[in-house]
Design a protein around this ligand. Structure first.
Ligand code: GLP
Length: 241
């Protein structure tokens, strides 16, 4: 693991944007694994700005998002489809036909999960996987106890994750209980991973990920097994290392 500690979230975002820009500039038809969450918003802003100001093009990029809530339609304001549209896709030249997210509103979510995994394989796998981290060490929606060999499937969200994401919904009860997420093994199969964590709320999970034993108790710790992972932290998230 290459761990970079930057003074603040802004600097961390800039460094992450540099890595994504370099990847897309060097290989315009890269397959990007995309993540959601508050941490990614400034990164998507920075990439959209580079598209506007420097002509960084996503026209040939294929994207696969990590996860989607079950039960939300793509136009639901709290769905990750909607998040991606608003935060990134509509600001750049990415081809909508090349963007993919799990179908959270599918009649058969398990079949939709299997199809999604097959689609990633058909695309030749993920070149660069962006990742955030949950306060409990989840990556994607691979909650603690997720099998390290898991592929795309349905996961039950923990109460702590639902509480952390409740701010985006009207109430805790409306916060979805289930999601489709790519698995830990799907993530580990990516050619490169880039994880970003900012703020003190992530400090404990960051310690478990980097210094803890590799364990399903902290799914992010599985990244220790990956040969090409860059972790970008601000000083707050690195505070307990
Ligand atoms: C969410 C997403 C993850 C994300 C994480 C952290 O629930 N499923 O992909 O990395 O939780 O989110 P945030 O950046 O808002 O802290």
């Amino acid at each position: 693991m290459k761990v970079l500690i930057l003074p603040d979230a802004q600097a961390a975002t800039r460094r992450a944007a540099d890595i994504v820009s370099r990847t897309v500039s060097a290989t315009p038809d890269s397959v990007l694994g995309l993540a959601t969450g508050g941490t990614m918003l400034p990164l998507y802003d920075a990439l959209a700005q580079r598209h506007r100001d420097e002509g960084l093009s996503f026209a040939k990029v294929t994207s696969f998002n990590l996860d989607e809530y079950i039960g939300l339609t793509p136009d639901h304001p709290c769905s990750y489809h909607h998040y991606m549209q608003e935060a990134f896709f509509r600001h750049v030249d990415i081809d909508p036909a090349r963007t993919h997210l799990p179908k959270g509103d599918a009649a058969d979510p398990q079949a939709a999960s299997d199809d999604y995994e097959a689609l990633i394989e058909k695309a030749g796998g993920i070149d660069l996987q962006l990742l955030g981290i949950g306060q409990n060490g989840h990556i994607g929606f691979n909650e603690p106890t997720a099998s390290l060999g898991s592929r795309t499937r349905i996961k039950t969200l923990t109460e702590s994750t639902r509480r952390a994401n409740q701010k985006y919904f009207d109430s805790f009860d409306e916060t979805p209980r289930y999601a489709i997420t790519t698995g830990v093994a799907t993530i580990l199969a990516s050619h490169k991973c880039l994880l970003i964590a900012t703020g003190t709320a992530k400090a404990r999970a960051v310690v478990d990920m980097i210094e803890g034993p590799v364990s399903a108790a902290c799914p992010a710790s599985a990244l220790q097994l990956h040969a090409r992972v860059t972790v970008i932290l601000d000083e707050a998230a690195a505070g307990e290392l």
